[in-house]
Design a protein. Structure first.
Length: 238
C-alpha cells in the first residue's frame, strides 16, 4: 500500500511568503514576486533528479483579486513575462505545461499565451508542470458540478452513475494523479483553497522558509523527509 520509499511522484507547492521576503528588505511586494519566479525556474529544473514527475504550483488564487490593483496587475504582467521568457527552455527541457483555474477573469492576451504554451509543450513528458492561475478548490468543484449537472440535464449522464470518479473527471485536474506531497512555504499552516478534492490523502509539509528562499537544496531536503512517512490510506500496515 505505501509507496513513499520511491519518493513523491506528484509534488504540489503553495508558494507563499514573497511579500514578507520583500518587506524584510524594504522593497515593494512585487520585488518578492520576481524573486519567487526565479525559484520556480530552479525548482522545475530540480524535479527530474528528485524523481518528481508532476509539479503543481499555486501561482494565483481566486481570492488574490482582493489585493491592490498594483499588485494584481504586476502579478499578471509577471505571468506573461514568465511564459514569454521560459517557453523555449521549458520546451527544450521536456516539460509539459498545463494550467488549471478559471480562465474567464484572465485577460484574453494572457489566456492566449497560456494556450500557446500548452500547445507548444504538449508532446513533452519528462516533467508535468501544472500552474494554478486564478485557481480555487471550491471554485473548481463548483464549476465541475455545473458541467456535470449539464450532462445530466442533457440526458447524457444518469444521476445513478454519478460517484466520486465521475466528479473527478470534470475537475480541472482530470489529467493529473492526486498529489503525494503538498508543500507550503512561509510558516502558515493552512491550505488556502488549494487542491481541496485532490489532496484528501496527500502528505503535508509546512515549512518556515519564505518562497524566494526555497532553493533546490531546501526542496530536496523537504522532498527527502517524505520518505520517512508511512502512508496508510485508512488501512492497517503490518
Ligand atoms: C505568495 O506570496 C504569492 C502569491 C499569493 C501570488 P504572498 O504574496 O502571499 O506573500 P506574503 O504571504 O504576503 O508574504
Ligand atoms: C495562497 O497564498 C495563494 C498562493 C500561493 C497563490 P495566500 O498568501 O494568498 O494565502 P492566505 O491569504 O495567506 O491564506
Ligand atoms: Mg501569502
Amino acid at each position: 500500500m505505501s509507496d513513499q520509499k520511491n519518493g513523491p511522484r506528484h509534488v504540489a507547492c503553495i508558494m507563499d511568503g514573497n511579500g514578507r521576503w520583500a518587506q524584510a528588505r524594504g522593497r515593494p511586494r512585487l520585488f518578492g514576486h520576481h524573486a519567487g519566479a526565479q525559484r520556480v525556474r530552479d525548482v522545475v529544473k530540480a524535479c527530474p533528479d528528485l524523481g518528481v514527475e508532476y509539479l503543481t504550483i499555486f501561482a494565483f488564487s481566486t481570492e488574490n483579486w482582493k489585493r491592490t490593483q498594483t499588485e494584481v496587475a504586476g502579478l499578471m504582467k509577471l505571468f506573461r513575462r514568465y511564459i514569454q521568457s521560459e517557453a523555449r527552455e521549458l520546451l527544450a527541457a521536456g516539460v509539459r505545461v498545463r494550467f488549471i483555474g478559471d480562465r474567464v477573469r484572465l485577460s484574453p492576451k494572457l489566456s492566449k499565451m497560456m494556450d500557446e504554451l500548452e500547445l507548444l509543450t504538449s508532446r513533452n513528458d519528462k516533467l508535468h508542470l501544472t500552474i494554478a492561475l486564478n485557481y480555487g478548490g471550491r471554485d473548481e468543484i463548483g464549476r465541475a458540478t455545473k458541467r456535470l449537472a449539464k450532462e445530466v440535464a442533457a440526458g447524457r449522464l444518469s444521476p445513478d452513475d454519478v460517484d466520486e470518479t465521475t466528479l473527478a473527471r470534470f475537475l480541472d485536474t482530470c489529467f493529473l494523479p492526486d498529489p503525494d506531497l503538498v508543500i507550503r512555504t512561509s510558516g502558515e499552516a493552512r491550505i488556502s483553497n488549494f487542491l481541496l478534492w485532490q489532496s484528501a490523502y496527500a502528505e503535508y509539509e509546512f515549512i518556515d522558509t519564505l518562497w524566494p528562499d526555497f532553493t533546490p537544496a531546501v526542496f530536496a531536503e523537504t522532498v527527502g523527509r517524505y520518505g520517512n512517512r508511512e502512508r496508510r490510506f485508512g488501512a492497517v500496515t503490518a
